[in-house]
Design a protein. Sequence first.
Length: 136
Amino acid sequence: MAILGFALHLLAALGVLGLAAKYAFGPVPADYHAAIFDRGGVTAPAPVLRVLRAVYLALAGMLVAVATGIAALSFGVWRGVGDPVTLGALAIMALAAGGVSALATLAVERETGVRTPWRPALGLVVLVLAGAVLML
C-alpha cells in the first residue's frame, strides 16, 4: 500500500507543477480572471496586469516549493526515513496550500459565476491525503 501512496504523492506533485507552469507561463490575466473582469465590465490597466504577473510568478514559485516538499517528504517516508509525523506534515501542507486555495476560488466562483480552478486544487489535496493514509 505504501508504494500506491507514494505514487499518489508523485502524481499530486506533478499536478502541482502543472499548476505552477500555468501561472508562470500562462496569460496575464489568467483566463478565469479575464472572464471575471469581463463580467464586471472592467479592463485591467497595465499596472494591475504588472501586479498580477508578479503575483502569478510568486504563486508559481510557491507551487514548485510545495511540489518539491510533497515529493521529498513522501520519498523519505517511503524509504523508511520519515514517520507518521512527516505524513501529518504532508497532510497539513496540502490542506493549507490546496484546501485554502480551493475554498477561496470556490467562493469567487459562487460570487461571480465564472468557473475557477477550485476543482483541481481540491483534487490534489485529496491525492495527498489519500497517499498519506495509504502510507501509514
